[in-house]
Design a protein around this ligand. Structure first.
Ligand code: BV8
Length: 249
């Protein structure tokens, strides 16, 4: 068993007294569920591809079959993955806080499977497919195709995620930005803080006067601006935070 994660007393008090908590997560929160982060080396057939190259409209236009197969591989990984203690801790934190908003960059749906309610999926959800022309979600299609085609217009289907170079859903981004500015406690968990505009959210929280806490085994561009940098894995630090709050009543 790893050493217990030291949680500063003043942070426990801030958690207990928080009026509104906003959390931003990245792929690090799903790492302990066996879902590779964007920076982890991809395995097998996909080892030679850079996710940032595949997750683009250009890649899909150039080779729709390759991109569809990549998403099928990731969808299988996600289906076989289970939420970890970090996901469950965030769901418990939501139940304890007067106001709580979970903003995720992840497309794996694991927060909702762990019981989180108010989840803003900034970059979509890999388990949904949509028509690449009409953008309508398509649930029933002939799985034989690679990619399958839209039953309505015949265009290739694609994963319902936001690719590099694509705009984020405006309503999701606005809600995330509002939640960052309005909270008094902001957590950035398991994200390298590189991809924009999500990476700006912790800084919006700082400008809004929030206390910002980073949970990550490594330094990121946010680290030196954060009020607290808890060095560790989400699956260890988040349960320790929730336990400290639970035990402090
Ligand atoms: C857009 C879905 C404009 C797809 C993803 C400035 C402003 C605006 C845009 C830009 C800008 N500068 C550059 C851009 C363009 C680009 C961008 O940010 N590029 C980067 C590379 C510089 N942004 C975009 O293209 C965005 N679109 O801005 O459009 C526009 C406006 C109007 C009209 C048209 C266009 C779209 C970005 C979304 C891309 N889609 N995902 C898919 O999944 O297939 S991004 C994808 O990568 C993820 O969703 C995530 O956001 C990102 C990966 O980042 P992380 O989650 O942080 O993962 P990473 O592996 O990097 O790090 C993991 C971290 O976890 C590490 O720190 C590690 O230490 C830590 N960790 C590891 N284990 C654990 C752990 N932490 C805790 N516990 C552990 N156990």
């Amino acid at each position: 068993m790893n050493e217990p994660v030291p949680i500063p007393r003043v942070l426990v008090e801030a958690l207990r007294g928080a009026r509104a908590i906003t959390v931003l997560t990245g792929s690090g929160v799903s790492a302990e569920s066996g879902v590779p982060t964007f920076r982890d080396a991809q395995t097998g057939l996909w080892a030679r591809y850079d996710p940032a190259d595949l997750a683009t409209p250009e890649a899909f236009g150039r080779d729709p079959k390759l991109v569809w197969k990549w998403y099928e591989w990731r969808r299988k990984l996600v289906r076989e993955a289970a939420p970890n203690q970090g996901h469950f801790a965030l769901a418990e934190l939501e139940r304890r806080a007067p106001r709580f908003t979970l903003v995720t960059q992840n497309v794996d749906g694991l927060h909702r499977r762990a019981g989180s309610g108010d989840v803003i999926e900034l970059h979509g959800n890999i388990t949904r497919s949509k028509c690449s022309v009409e953008n309508a979600i398509v649930e029933d299609y002939d799985p034989e195709g690679a990619p399958p085609v839209c039953p309505n217009c015949g265009a290739p289907l694609r994963s319902d995620v936001v690719w590099f170079g694509e705009a984020l859903p405006a309503d999701a981004l606005r809600a995330a930005s509002d939640a960052a500015r309005a909270c008094d406690l902001f957590f950035s968990v398991g994200t390298s803080g590189v991809v924009q505009p999500a990476a700006s959210l912790p800084f919006e929280a700082l400008r809004g006067g929030a206390t910002v806490v980073e949970v990550n085994p490594d330094d990121t561009p946010l680290t030196r601006s954060a009020d607290y940098a808890l060095r560790g894995k989400a699956g260890e630090v988040l349960p320790a935070l929730v336990a400290a709050v639970r035990d402090s009543v």
